[in-house]
Design a protein around this ligand. Structure first.
Ligand SMILES: [Zn+2]
Ligand SMILES: [Zn+2]
Length: 417
């Protein structure tokens, strides 16, 4: 019944995908996209809670029977790739990561699960959550939101967790469009560190002996970080990468200030903290060696993503049911990061990939070439996974409680404090 309802609404689902594709908006500013998702959920008789993490929404399909609540997520945000063929002329925002496919698949699943007679076979609740701001932005992007107190976190899922939106949810899933069907073993966590080196200005030709070179401190700090890559465990998947934001003001002045911005990534929280501490030692050591100073700003990014084994098994079994002739890959751990990692730290979560796109993710050539796979197949999989979890008394969802979280919700909130 559910799959028939999705199939019967295929044209509507694909039209929605095109509408969202043509409404690209960046993090926490997804106002029109959010209104489109609200319109669709409301049309299915699902009232929305609005203004969650600024532009987020949540609508619950309640079965009327006691049971767990599971969440189907759709990320809302686009990224700035002005050369993308579907970029906004003014903002340069484009769905070059394909998040419009997520909202589309979420609504497709809602259409299927809302079909007459379906919820009578299920227990608990299905929460459809439109999530803002998965993509990282430069620090200044968030400044107004943070200063005005509208945000405490800089990613949508972290902010929603802090607002309590997931307090009653035991499992969450989203499907990210990609070039092939599969699921990565996990994703790195990420923390952002900005090092500002302070030296002393002096004429670089006339009296360099009176100066302390902040750029030299920065270069030595980077060299020490590079030298320690030898000592990192490949199993930790550590990546340290960044840019020099400021290296001085003129060639004939010994730089009194130099700024290095880094992203530090790793597979586990411990490895992430170790790597971040190493960068700090190098910065402080370089400043000490030169007789200068360094100030350090740290911004939490994302926690490492752990795919739930139970949800992964359900997802793979359902994929094999609806696409028995198409391969589904067990993909290696990825060096990139997602704030789905934050959710996976406190509840069971999965972040599988679907085929349907071609080109390079975050590139100007990343477009949907197979709407059926990107939108409709993903909608069916999300709905099928939901049925497996909540069928009858919701035993499969209740059984997820054996998957112990890395952090409790309370411990997660304390880390943010
Ligand atoms: Zn992306
Ligand atoms: Zn993405």
């Amino acid at each position: 019944m559910v799959l028939d309802a999705i199939e019967a609404n295929k044209a509507r689902i694909i039209a929605l995908g095109n509408e969202l594709l043509n409404t690209p908006e960046t993090a926490f500013k997804e106002i029109k996209s959010s209104a489109i998702i609200k319109r669709e959920l409301t049309s299915l008789g699902l009232p929305c809670r609005e203004g969650l993490a600024i532009t987020g929404l949540r609508a619950d399909l309640q079965t009327g029977r006691d049971g767990p609540t599971i969440a189907i997520l759709g990320e809302l945000d686009a990224i700035r790739v002005p050369s993308h063929p579907f970029a906004d002329n003014v903002t340069g925002a484009a769905h070059a990561c394909g998040h419009h496919a997520q909202g589309t698949a979420m609504i497709g699943a809602a259409i299927g699960l809302s079909a007459a007679g379906v919820k009578e076979s299920l227990s608990g609740n299905v929460a459809f959550i439109a999530v803002p701001a998965e993509e990282a932005q430069p620090a200044e992007y968030y400044a107004d939101f943070l200063r005005e107190g509208r945000l405490r976190a800089t990613s949508g899922k972290a902010q929603l967790i802090l607002e309590g939106v997931f307090d009653d949810v035991c499992a969450a899933m989203l499907i990210h469009v990609s070039t092939a069907h599969g699921i990565a073993a996990g994703y790195n966590g990420l923390v952002s560190r900005e090092f500002t080196f302070h030296g002393k200005a002096a004429h670089a030709g006339l009296c360099p002996e009176n100066g302390v070179n902040a750029l030299s401190m920065l270069r030595c700090a980077m060299a020490m970080m590079d030298a320690q890559r030898e000592n990192q465990n490949p199993a930790d998947h550590i990546r340290i990468h960044g840019i020099i934001n400021q290296g001085g003001l003129a060639e004939n002045i010994i730089p009194e200030k130099a700024v290095l911005s880094l992203l530090v990534r790793a597979k586990t929280i411990d490895a992430l903290e170790d790597a971040a501490a190493m960068t700090e030692r190098c910065a402080k050591g370089a400043a000490l060696a030169f007789g200068g100073k360094v100030s350090i700003a740290t911004t939490p990014g994302y926690l490492p993503m752990h795919q739930s084994p139970a949800l992964t098994a359900i997802h793979k079994a359902n994929f094999a049911r609806i696409a028995p002739d198409i391969p589904f890959a067990d993909q290696p751990h990825r060096g990139s990061s997602t704030d789905m990692g934050d959710l996976s730290t406190i509840i069971s979560a999965i972040h599988p990939n679907s085929a349907g796109a071609s080109g390079t993710q975050h590139g100007s050539d990343f477009i949907i070439t197979d709407p059926e796979a990107a939108y409709v197949t993903s909608a069916k999989l999300l709905a099928m996974n939901t049925i497996d979890l909540l069928y009858g008394n919701g035993d499969a969802a209740r059984a997820l409680s054996i998957e112990k979280p890395v952090l409790t919700r309370e411990a997660y909130r304390q880390r943010w404090q």
